[in-house]
Ligand binder design. Structure first.
Ligand code: GLV
Ligand code: MN
Ligand code: MN
Length: 410
């Protein structure tokens, strides 16, 4: 082992800041939605950096990028680390980006020191983790893990009808390797925690043991368009008032199943969206999450019953399509141990933690031994342009990643 090797925290920070300039947000964050021109530019920057240190690049037909630094033993499957470069519409500089560039920083450090590893090491970029432009989230890592069909994934469309398949081709990232064929021996993903636990516990490293389950739905409520002035209040079939009622229930059911249940309505379309027409149709998303599969199933049952009751009360028709069911996952014990030992050996305060956010690692773990490394972020805030993390914490997480990857690749 190379006990004394540490990553270059300044270089890691500078790379994160350089990536943030691509698809900049309005308030200091980033807006680099999946498969946009900005996403292409971010990918190009990453690929260029990897080529500078002699990595070979493989791109699969979901646009996932595998940058490889060869090892001594080409018969062994590579030990990989990575995350995503796409962001939320009002995204921060760190969500996803940190994990990709921490993996790159590990490869840069080993390149500079001319360290040979047994297995090859890789930095990986997964396509469309956020699920913001194309739902559901983590779709390309999901195809990799055999959880989604490729044809289904290619056909997922954004709000303007453009599909993942078309957009991959348009930005030049429709690779020729069938997704899932690129084998990995292990995968680690470094990420900001996106929650308040590490900060509250004054710990620098979260050893992630698994991720909570989540279910995503598309809901449509249909009432009747009608004149805002001349239609009496009694007898209206106002789809937006019904939606407001149902959204209140979605929030309440998570409170009822405290402490871990969370629920969110984040996206909505109101039709015809005219101030003097009673809204006849409302479409919105629902996101339910829980670390316990039984509680998540109970959330689903309550949500469906509430939908029926609310629709009845408001005289609207309803449709609920569950577009994603992601059960809770547990990570691989050897990968967890590699992260935990690395954090301990390096003297960082650490704790085990379950991820509240979804991650590509939560998909890939179905087929590859996997774990994650969390570092704190200020106030636990994420999916917000103000998302921020301390350079020293990012560097610590990257040092843990380096050490754990070296141990797994030995
Ligand atoms: C991804 O960011 C998610 O957890 O929804
Ligand atoms: Mn992320
Ligand atoms: Mn995210």
């Amino acid at each position: 082992m190379h006990e004394d090797i540490r990553v270059n925290g300044d270089r890691l920070w500078d790379s994160i800041m350089a990536m943030a300039e691509i698809g900049p947000g309005q308030q200091g964050g980033s807006s680099r939605l999946a498969l946009t021109d900005a996403d292409r530019a971010g990918r190009d920057l990453f690929v260029g950096w990897c080529r500078e240190i002699g990595c070979s690049i493989e791109i699969d037909d979901m646009g996932n990028i595998f940058a490889q630094r060869a090892g001594r033993d080409s018969a062994r499957a590579p030990v990989a680390a990575g995350s995503h470069l796409d962001t939320q519409p009002h995204g921060g500089r760190f969500d996803g980006i940190y994990g990709v560039l921490a993996a790159l920083e590990v490869l840069r450090t080993l390149h500079e020191r001319q360290v040979e590893t047994g297995a090859a090491l890789e930095a990986v970029v997964w396509t469309n983790e956020e699920g913001s432009r194309f739902a559901p989230a983590m779709i390309a890592s999901g195809v990799y893990a055999g959880l989604f069909d490729k044809e289904y994934a290619w056909a997922r469309a954004d709000s303007e009808g453009r599909t993942i398949g078309e957009e991959l081709r348009r930005i030049g990232y429709l690779g020729d390797v069938p997704c899932g064929e690129h084998s990995l021996g292990a995968l680690l993903e470094a990420h900001i925690e996106q929650g308040p636990i590490l900060e509250a516990e004054h710990n620098q490293i979260g050893v992630v043991i698994g991720g909570q389950g989540q279910r995503w739905y598309d809901v449509v409520l249909r009432g009747q368009d009608s004149h805002a002035g001349s239609t009496p209040m009694r007898g209206r079939r106002d789809a937006l008032v019904a939606a407001a009622d149902l959204i209140g229930r979605v929030q309440a059911l998570a409170h009822e199943l405290a402490p871990h249940a969370v629920s969110t309505v984040g996206e909505m379309t109101v039709l015809p969206n005219s101030r003097n027409t009673i809204p006849g149709e409302v479409r919105f998303s629902v996101d339910l999450r829980n670390p316990d599969a039984n509680v998540l199933a109970e959330m689903d049952t309550r949500f469906r019953a509430d939908t029926e009751a609310v629709a009845e009360r408001h005289g609207v028709a309803w449709q609920v399509d569950q577009i994603w069911d992601k059960p809770p996952v547990q990570f691989d014990s050897a990968c967890i141990a590699a992260v935990e030992s690395a954090a301990g050996d390096l003297g960082y305060r650490h704790q085990q933690i379950v991820s509240g956010a979804g991650h590509d690692a939560c998909q890939v773990c179905e087929v590859v031994p996997t774990s994650m490394i969390f570092v704190p972020c200020a106030g636990g805030l994420s999916h917000n342009e103000a998302e921020s993390a301390e350079p020293a914490d990012l560097e610590a997480g990257c040092n843990v990643l380096l050490r754990a990857m070296l141990a797994l690749a030995q």
